[in-house]
Design a protein around this ligand. Structure first.
Ligand code: C2O
Ligand code: CU
Ligand code: CU
Length: 496
């Protein structure tokens, strides 16, 4: 088995820039230099260094998590450990922190109704947790900061995926104060929950996990600068499945189903596929009612979407997937003023595709709320210890901010009283956005969707509804990970 993995490793290095498998079971625990990015001293260094990565190779497939367990169950091991990757040509290997020796982490796939059992080993030098972002798992299985897995420890996560939970999720660490660092060091993986009666199941599927990589001049993963801590970390490279500007083949007229994860720490990506036909078919927590033709897709950190892309190659048209310019209110870095190419589509013949189904799923509206709450995002630049605030406070693990009840519909108004965009995220359930303000005027949301992240632009307010079906403690926070780590987070206690 080790020999097979070793062969995969050597092949992988030739074909895949960053997805690396390793004989992780045999990896020694600590490696010199692994703490590099943790040192604040290094954080004062310049923001971006002139290192280059190979680009333009075929899109690497996400590595699938090998698992045991028959029908109805997924049983597997995850190990978080340092990983050396020969990444930058001519430089020493780059140290990542990886799940099972792969960056991004292995893809987990399950069906509604399945029971998932993950034995997790922490071979990092600091505490960590695995949070099942967006998934309706019991609070004590959700990798809350209150349940750290200490270095060297093993923890078993176990949950059953309920009916109606099919969607595009991910998993990442959620330890107190270190989520950003552990995520940018490489710890994050995709988790897809499928349903048996999926009307799009026949379409070829592409998985695109977008992440951000910031390297220093030596090709090491750079620590956060002061500016990163303020604006949220952005690197020199936005990667797709660990590769820089990879290519993907698409035929004229061919329909592909794409799932896209914004696994960056802080980038708000206004995604577009100029010329091609794009339909939104699903959001974070599953399908929307019917396909919607879209021109672009705003995907905030932590957010996911499902698209159907139909190849329409126009004359003289270049790119594939790009991020359009977007202003998110950064104070210390320039805004993204240019079109950022992410992935190149190459034309591959012509194909006739079946029309899209008119209906995808039922998304019933939640009834009138039993409780209404207001959640205000604010910034206080005058206090470096408490810069990012929710209702005037920073996070306290021992404070309950709100108390709710299982099955009770809540309506929250999230108010962006801030200069920056802050993506709101809630654990444990999906919410429905009802309305948002545009220039101070409320506008009803044109369609219902299952979401667990919604961007709150500067001076924007969003009204949403949800109910929590399981008791326990649930975090809500800004998904710019540097803001979360600095305390832009609160806690909802759901009583049974
Ligand atoms: Cu993606 Cu509280 O997290
Ligand atoms: Cu989450
Ligand atoms: Cu924020």
């Amino acid at each position: 088995m080790h020999r097979r993995r070793f062969l995969e490793l050597s092949l992988g290095l030739a074909a895949l820039p960053l997805i690396v498998r390793q004989a992780w079971a045999a990896t020694p625990p600590a490696m010199p230099g692994m703490d590099h990015a943790g040192h604040d001293m290094a954080a004062m260094a310049g923001d971006s260094a002139a290192v280059t990565l190979p680009q333009g190779r075929p899109l690497p497939a996400l590595v699938r998590l090998a698992h045991r367990g028959g029908a109805g169950s997924v049983k597997a091991e995850l190990v978080a450990a340092p990983l050396e990757v020969p990444l930058v040509p001519g430089r020493k290997p780059t140290t990542f922190w990886a799940y099972n020796g792969s960056v991004p982490g292995p893809l987990i796939e399950a069906y509604e109704g399945d029971t998932v059992e993950i034995a997790f080993t922490n071979r990092l030098a600091q505490p960590t947790t695995i949070h099942w972002h967006g998934m309706p798992v019991p609070s004590e299985q959700d990798g809350n900061p209150h349940d750290p897995v200490l270095p060297g420890a093993i923890r078993r996560y176990r949950f059953t995926l309920p009916k109606g939970s099919a969607g595009t999720y991910w998993y990442h660490p959620h330890p107190h104060g270190h989520t950003g660092q552990q995520a940018y060091m490489g710890l994050a993986g995709a988790f897809i929950v499928r349903r048996r009666d999926d009307p799009l199941a026949a379409l070829p599927e592409q998985l695109l996990m977008l992440s951000d990589l910031k390297l220093d001049a030596d090709g090491r993963i750079a620590a956060n600068s002061m500016a990163d801590r303020h604006d949220g970390r952005e690197g020199q490279f936005v990667l797709v499945n660990g590769a820089l500007q990879p290519t993907l083949a698409l035929a004229e007229g061919e329909r592909q189903r794409w799932r896209i994860w914004n696994a960056t720490s802080a980038r708000i990506l206004k995604l577009a596929l100029p010329a091609h036909e794009v339909h939104l078919v699903g959001t974070d927590g599953g399908p929307i009612a019917a396909p919607r033709r879209i021109e672009h897709l705003l995907l905030a950190p932590g957010e996911r979407a499902e698209l159907v892309v139909t190849g329409r190659f126009g004359a003289g048209q270049t790119p594939g997937l790009v991020a359009l310019p977007y202003t998110r209110g950064k104070a210390m870095h320039p805004e993204q003023g240019e079109i950022l190419p992410l992935l190149t589509l190459t034309r591959h013949g012509r194909r006739v595709s079946a029309p899209l189904p008119a209906r995808l799923a039922d998304v019933p509206a939640l009834p009138a709320p039993a409780v209404k709450r207001r959640v205000e995002f604010a910034e206080n630049m005058a206090d470096p210890k408490a810069m990012f605030l929710i209702n005037g406070k920073t996070y306290d693990m021992n404070r309950i901010d709100f108390e709710g009840k299982v099955g009770q519909v809540e309506e929250w108004e999230i108010v962006g009283n801030a200069h920056m965009d802050h993506p709101f995220h809630l654990h444990g359930t999906q919410f429905q956005v009802l309305a948002r303000t545009v220039d101070g005027q409320w506008r009803d949301e044109p369609f219902l969707a299952r979401r667990d992240v919604v961007n709150i632009a500067a001076d924007e307010s969003v009204r949403l509804r949800f109910s929590q079906e399981l008791p326990g403690l649930r975090m809500f926070h800004c998904h710019i990970l540097e803001h979360e780590d600095q305390g832009m987070m609160g806690q909802l206690l759901v009583r049974g």
